[in-house]
Design a protein around this ligand. Structure first.
Ligand code: CO8
Length: 257
């Protein structure tokens, strides 16, 4: 169905694999369009999404430099917006998204990982924002998200120097949550996704929405935002069934209602 995406559904977990082996899975307009379409049409019943790259060497080696090389001001702006819009769609998807970073995550590759809710990586992963070495800046919202994730000082250092960092440093600065041997990465992502899928889907979606939206709000507004969605949980069947099962010492299967 897609030229550069593989979609695998395993129960409630869907894995989306970016596949452009000749360019180490670099993102061109076609792939961005396919990603956009795939996010709009995830298989029914998907409760968690894993995004990874094809092969053992690269997650995503950036935006496609051969496509960007000849862009004009307007075209560059439009290309940046196309990627930024797709990544924002990932960030605001009402299900958790795990980036399983299996190698190079440079430029747009680091940026798509940062748009995901959770990042884990293989021991051979390399992260970086090398754009200034190409005469551009991170254009898929990397200046915004990297500073949020690792703090302004470290984000500035990484973006100004364009230096690549290894998995252990990415772990130390909080860019990833865990590092695995390459063969263990996807099973670990799947295990995490499955453990999320056992929980109430509406509650998980509300929790994601709260964490995303409250971050930039003043304290009182953030607390009120959470209070509103906390209250809405009590209008769900999942809350009734979850608490009843706990009190009766039973297992619950959440229906997402
Ligand atoms: N774009 C296009 N082709 C690429 C890219 C890329 N980002 N990365 C790798 N490739 C291609 C190479 O050109 C090469 O092709 P060929 O075999 O035809 O020569 C093939 O993939 C294999 O790459 P290498 O031979 O270079 O493999 P190495 O193992 O020697 O090196 C690296 C791997 C270190 C990943 C190296 O390929 C590299 O440095 N790639 C570029 C990384 C980079 O700079 N990424 C950032 C790009 S800019 C960006 O992402 C901006 C995002 C915002 C855009 C805003 C829009 C305006």
């Amino acid at each position: 169905m897609y030229e550069h995406l593989k979609i695998d559904q395993n129960g409630a977990v869907t894995t989306l694999t970016i596949s452009a082996p000749k360019s180490l899975n670099a993102l061109n307009s076609t792939i961005l369009g396919e990603l956009n379409n795939a996010l709009d049409n995830l298989p029914n019943g998907t409760r968690a999404l894993i995004i990874t790259g094809d092969g053992e060497k690269s997650f995503v080696a950036g935006a496609d430099i051969s496509e960007m090389a000849h862009l004009s001001l307007n075209e560059g702006t439009a290309f940046g917006k196309k990627g930024a819009d797709v990544f924002r769609k990932i960030e605001t998807l009402p299900i958790p998204v795990i980036a399983a970073v299996n190698g190079f995550a440079l430029g747009g590759g680091c940026e798509i990982a940062m748009a995901c809710d959770i990042r884990i990586c293989s021991s051979n992963a390399r992260f970086g924002q090398p754009e200034v070495g190409l005469g551009i800046i991170p254009g898929f919202s990397g200046t915004y998200r990297l500073a949020k994730l690792v703090g302004m000082g470290m984000a500035k250092q990484l973006i100004f120097t364009g230096r690549n960092i290894k998995a252990d440093e990415a772990l130390r600065i909080g860019l990833v949550n865990a590092v695995y041997e390459p063969a263990d990465l996807l099973p670990a992502a799947m295990q995490m996704a499955e453990s999320i899928c056992k929980n109430a889907p509406i509650a998980v979606a509300y929790a994601k929405q709260c964490i995303n939206e409250e971050y930039d709000l003043p304290a009182d507004e953030a607390i009120a935002y959470e209070n509103n969605l906390f209250g809405k949980c009590f209008a769900t069947e999942d809350q009734k069934n979850g608490m009843k099962a706990f009190l009766n010492k039973e297992q619950v299967e959440f229906q997402g209602k």
